[in-house]
Design a protein around this ligand. Sequence first.
Ligand code: ASP
Length: 588
Amino acid sequence: MYRTHTCGELRIEHQNQTVTLSGWVQKVRNLGAMTFIDLRDRYGITQLVIEEQSDSSVREIAAQLGREYVIQATGTVIPRAAKNTKIPTGEIEVALTQLQILNRSELPPFTIEEHSDGGDDLRMKYRFLDLRRKPLQEAMQLRHRMAHEVRNYLDEHGFLEIETPYLIKSTPEGARDFVVPSRMNPGEFYALPQSPQTFKQLLMVSGFDRYFQIVRCFRDEDLRADRQPEFTQIDCEMSFVEREDVLQVFEGLAKRLFQRILGLQFEHSFPRITWQEAMAKYGSDKPDIRFGMTFNDLTSAVQGKGFGVFDSAEYVGAICVEGCAGYTRKQLDELTEFVKRPQVGAKGMVYVRCEANGGYKSSVDKFYTPEDLSSWASLCGAKEGDLLLLLSGARMKTLTALNELRLELGNRLGLRPHDTFAPLWVVDFPLLEWDEETQRFYAMHHPFTSPCLEDLELFDTDPGKVRANAYDFVVNGVEVGGGSIRIFDAQLQQKMFKVLGFTAEDAQKQFGFLMNAFRYGAPPHGGLAFGMDRWCALFGGADSIRDYIAFPKNNAGRDMMADSPSSISEAQLQELSLKTMPSDKSDK
Ligand code: ASP
């Protein structure tokens, strides 16, 4: 038997018991007469002690130990002289009578402790060591518990977990596909699923009624902190449902997770706002509603006073930053620099200080009277001591820039704490998005999303105005999930493909299998998918999803540990009927 207890288990109640532990040596402290060893496993850390009077063989072995050696240690549980209140085993230590090295370790490239001294690249290269660290062990546990709760809840609600294939025909979800060459079909390729969208719809046609899958999805996109080329969705679909049915079931799931994982109870329904309102008030379709600072449209109030920048703007919006009239020149300059960054995209920023004496001080005093400024303040609900910040320009661009400014201020003012959660549903998205560059419409969600039926007439006259029967689940400015009621009528689906610029032939070629299925009695259906990695990161209080994925890729899409992607042999290429083009790898 390698162990009688784990390294996180022993307490003062175990005093005088003889125990055997196995684990990794985190640290050895040799104080001459006494040697202390921190022994670690998945469950915690226990201090082992070797005293002067300990057996000489034990002392000899202890002298050989290094970091990350795997050992088995037997001894007696004794109370600790200097208690460590920071760890659950901190009241005891184990006085060793036997010690055995089970395996040696090379010196690890970074210290494997709660706070590591390894840089990102090194930790990614030695991910198997990084995963030994407590924060990552906890992240994997959180992920496991989430998956477990999801399965329990969905099972209780009649959902069946059904697997769908990974080698498929491309499903457009707006990203590039990863493709896999087919040896048996030379010159032909599978795509890896961007999501199981078409399959789950087919399962509804097959009568499965309530489906879910915790499933890997693949998208060949540029990476950011919250994106990975392969990520996991909690993918769900239901038949004979309207939007309300879907939202009810999955609000229940979200509440269950908040409660079981974080101990948070949400008594009331999650707020719902329309996409229009989200954009007008927050400049974002995934608003962080933990704090106010919503937008005020001042366009008509500020125009006609000779200030060209405002007069020529399609939209002028303001946020009221409470209690910040005292911001210094330097702070305001910093914010101006912030909004001018290319990622934010504003040309400049106007401020109005609502001073404590009832006066106003602004960067546009030349053009506006104190009465003008006072009227803006009252439109924004500002009081003495508040600061107004205004951005102007094309409407959509300005709204999104103002969103960045609002979030930045939220961060600076500590209004976005990791342990406060504000979930909501965003509904009534536009069905289509016009792309200036290619001069065509794209599906904002995906091509299978049903339009709101009351907007159907607009399809032929003003497609850009048609609303989608789609919804997103948003928490703290993060889109945690999204879905829609689907088109289940082959004719409407065809119409949708047409608006999206597919010829009948293209549509048949790409989605013939789905349209065919729809000819055999497709039930009304709808569903959604949650981003599992994001949800875990959010609950864990992290910005990056990487820590919640055991083996993630870096920002260049590389697995630093296994060093992939990598080239394949000439023989493999031949077998696949493939030729590669010479590429310049010097910048890799
Ligand atoms: N397949 C969609 C997505 O990945 C989710 C859904 O509509 O159910 O975003």
